[in-house]
Design a protein around this ligand. Sequence first.
Ligand code: ATP
Ligand code: MG
Length: 237
Amino acid sequence: MLEISSITVRFGGVVALNDVSARFDKPVNGIIGPNGAGKTTLMNVLSGFVQPSGGSVSRDGQDLLRLAPHRRAHWGLRRSFQKEEIADDLTVFENVLVQIDNSRTPMAEKRAEVERMLDLVGMAGRAGKIGADLSGFERRLTDVAKCMVGKPRVVMFDEPAGGMSVDESRELGALIRRIHAATGAQTLVIDHDVELIREVCEDTLVLDFGRRIAFGPTADVLADPKVKAAYLGTEEV
Ligand SMILES: Nc1ncnc2c1ncn2[C@@H]1O[C@H](COP(=O)(O)OP(=O)(O)OP(=O)(O)O)[C@@H](O)[C@H]1O
Ligand SMILES: [Mg+2]
């Protein structure tokens, strides 16, 4: 279980997160809310880019905020950004292998793990393609494979479906659903595509102006009048 307790973040006069708490205990969890609600800031707190002025984050008894950012990656925190981090001059296989370069696992095992994850994301047949030749969707799939190697515990996606077609978004959703079975990791997904969130996330946290306005089973949360009101005039829920 990933437990966020009373997290507060201030940027000068802006309170980006205001006493936010949530217990994520499902395999796939959503974080939604209007623009500027504090979603990315929450992921930044988890990954260590932003220091909260108060609160704690723990997973299975481990206090994550006490670990330096690079230690969090080693511990098993993975993050995928809106723009994928794929090296243009490396192959798909190498892009994923780089992620576990420093691990002491024997090379044969590392290569086998990369192959297994590329197979899972549907990129096994394109493992030799170089980054520069990939389509946007192929880059995203490769990025997901990067998040799946090296025994991740928590995988975070910030707007992974941005710029995708409906079919691609659906395929990505199905893939996100498979991460837990394949790796044991819990996943957090931020997206403005409410249909994607509805399809893939068991529980969802809704933020608005830095506050938690709803949290629980996704269908319940999306039917909540407070959530509908927060989205009124901005997006359809
Ligand atoms: N580094 C920063 N310095 C100052 N203010 C910031 C910083 N990062 C975020 N903010 C402010 O904090 C608030 C929350 O921003 P955040 O990026 O977390 O929102 P978001 O929910 O991810 O929005 P979006 O859907 O547009 O990505 C906003 O008012 C934003 O302007
Ligand atoms: Mg954001």
